[in-house]
Design a binder for this molecule. Structure first.
Ligand code: IPE
Ligand code: IPE
Ligand code: MG
Length: 273
């Protein structure tokens, strides 16, 4: 077979078809950081939408609406920087405590964001995934998530995991229940459960550990986001409210991350000759 007529592999085809993200309106470009200092996995608590709206005399839902372009721009920045995994907290298992109107809005809004943005994300080569608990989550949101997953499966630029009806403790509890079932069925040996086994029972078992954990709005807490995966993450807390965040905020957080000394419990005696 001649070279010209040789079939192009799926992977080659898919890398060729990706569109580069649009430029930031300010002309900002990503900082030059050596590839080994770029976090592979960035987790983001997109917080502060309600305060952003209320500061402007607007209802909280206007803040959620204003947060949509922030997410898109941050994903664009992640692709530019070479961040391979971005995991965002969009609705927690605790967010059901909010008013029925806000919960209803957030369910519909998450569905709409997925529908509106999936083609753009797909063109950029983003693989969309969902992490969260099924019970209680609107069926229409689950279907939208599954559609986005199907459309973008196999894309290789970046994996964007949307955490919707996600709670870190819920994820572990769900995993422990499935482990217990597997022990009862003889598929898993009691006493043989390791950290690797726990990892396998997470909602998205092949996501690597979180390197950089970011939260906007000045709050400095986990709020039940990825506790297992963030055991050794570097934390960067941002004062900006989520609708004011864009890729330049990510650039700064990644610069801060690149200056951190990750020791993982080891130590170097700098007085040693
Ligand atoms: C984050 O913004 C979005 C969600 C939790 C869905 P908030 O709605 O928590 O905004 P604040 O923290 O009340 O300002
Ligand atoms: C965490 O933010 C959840 C999301 C961003 C989706 P919250 O605003 O719900 O968390 P708390 O109430 O400050 O802990
Ligand atoms: Mg909040």
């Amino acid at each position: 077979m001649s070279k010209e007529s040789a079939p192009v592999s799926f992977k080659e085809q898919s890398t060729q078809r990706y569109e580069p993200p649009y430029a930031h309106p300010s002309g900002a470009v990503p900082p030059r950081i050596p590839a080994e200092l770029i976090p592979e996995h960035v987790a983001i608590v997109m917080d502060g939408n309600g305060r952003w709206a209320n500061q402007r005399g607007l209802p909280r839902i206007e803040g959620h609406k204003a947060g949509e372009p922030a997410l898109l721009d941050v994903v664009a920045g992640a692709i530019e920087l070479g961040v391979k995994y971005v995991t965002v907290y969009a609705f927690s298992t605790e967010n059901w405590k909010r008013s029925p109107e806000e919960v209803r809005f957030l369910m519909g809004f998450n569905k709409d964001v997925l529908r509106r943005q999936r083609d753009q994300l797909n063109r950029w080569g983003v693989e969309v995934r969902w992490s969260g608990r099924k019970p209680r989550l609107w069926g229409s949101v689950i279907r939208e998530l599954q559609d986005a997953e199907r459309l973008t499966r196999g894309n290789t630029q970046c994996v964007l995991t949307m955490c919707i009806n996600y709670g870190g403790r819920a994820e572990l509890v769900d995993g422990f229940n499935r482990m217990a079932e597997d022990v009862a069925k003889g598929r898993l040996k009691p006493g043989g459960i390791s950290e690797k086994t726990v990892q396998k029972y997470l909602y998205q078992p092949d996501l690597p550990d979180v390197d950089l954990f970011m939260r906007s709005s000045g709050e400095q807490r986990l709020s039940n986001f990825l506790p297992w995966q963030s055991a050794y993450a570097e934390f960067v807390f941002l004062d900006e409210l989520w609708p004011d965040v864009d890729r330049t905020t990510l650039y700064k957080a990644v610069e801060t991350y690149a200056r951190r000394d990750r020791r993982y419990g080891a130590a170097v005696d700098s007085a040693a000759v």
